[in-house]
Write a protein of this length. Structure first.
Length: 63
């Protein structure tokens, strides 16, 4: 893969996440009357994404 392709995929993921993320607290308010559950869900997603990123190997180390 070349750098342009990787950056394009990362940018697409960022734009998608930016469009979807505000809906999570909005649904939380609609269902529970509070932002708490939605914000906790976003925090959990961030922790899980960090764990996945941390577990990835450096591609230059793959033989």
């Amino acid at each position: 893969m070349n750098l342009g392709r990787v950056q394009g995929m990362a940018q697409s993921a960022t734009i998608t996440a930016a469009a979807i993320a505000p809906m999570i607290p909005a649904v939380s308010v609609a269902l529970t009357g509070s932002h708490t559950a939605g914000l906790l869900a976003l925090a959990l997603i961030a922790v899980m994404a960090s764990a996945v990123a941390w577990s990835l190997r450096d591609p230059t180390m793959v033989h």
